[in-house]
Design a protein. Structure first.
Length: 131
């Protein structure tokens, strides 16, 4: 799962409207990994279960809050490198899109996410000849 949060401010200072939007995604997909010694680029894609929430805050008024869920999809790619026999350090990017709807609330959710990852592989990797 991934979480991203965006905040946007509008209006004059002290009388502004604040809009906060967030998404929570749970993805299930396939990833192709190509080993090049200790470096492993990867590409993936799959389905995403997405929850989108919006909060609008105005001075001297009641906050508006809405949320909805939906099904979408994602594509991802990146590269990670082996550190020792079991650890990985990587960089990745993921783009997702979903349409979320609940009652009168309807919105498009998703977007681009950049990540740094630390992972562990069990059992340990076999070192290819020359590495």
């Amino acid at each position: 799962g991934l979480f991203s949060n965006v905040e946007r401010r509008r209006g004059p200072l002290g009388e502004e409207t604040v809009t906060r939007g967030s998404t929570l995604e749970l993805g299930l997909g396939l990833r192709a990994i190509v080993p090049f010694g200790r470096i492993r680029p990867h590409l993936g894609a799959g389905a995403a279960l997405v929850q989108g929430d919006v909060q609008v805050i105005r001075p001297h008024e009641r906050d508006e809050v809405a949320g909805a869920g939906g099904l979408g999809w994602f594509v991802s790619g990146g590269v990670y490198g082996r550190i020792g026999q079991t650890a990985n350090l990587g960089l990745g990017v993921r783009w997702s899109q979903a349409h979320v709807k609940s009652g009168s609330f309807e919105a498009d959710a998703g977007g681009m996410v950049y990540a740094v990852s630390l992972g562990f592989g069990i059992p340990p990797y076999d070192d290819p000849p020359g590495n």
